[in-house]
Design a protein around this ligand. Structure first.
Ligand SMILES: [Zn+2]
Length: 58
């Protein structure tokens, strides 16, 4: 999987399906957001779509 450089969304595609930004294979830390509206973590990283995210993307 690759992570989006902007929103950190994890995807298998060559561009982020959410924001159309570049993706990178150089990421660390998996974060699964199931309930973005009630998740403190989701708010912290400004995520409002459920899915898998990286904690760190380079
Ligand atoms: Zn993105």
């Amino acid at each position: 999987m690759k992570a989006c450089l902007r929103c950190k969304y994890l995807t298998n595609m060559d561009k982020c399906p959410l924001c159309n930004s570049e993706v990178s294979e150089n990421w660390r830390g998996l974060l699964i957001i199931l309930d973005p509206i009630n998740s403190e973590v989701a708010r912290k990283i400004k995520v409002d779509i459920k899915g898998k995210y990286a904690l760190n993307v380079k």
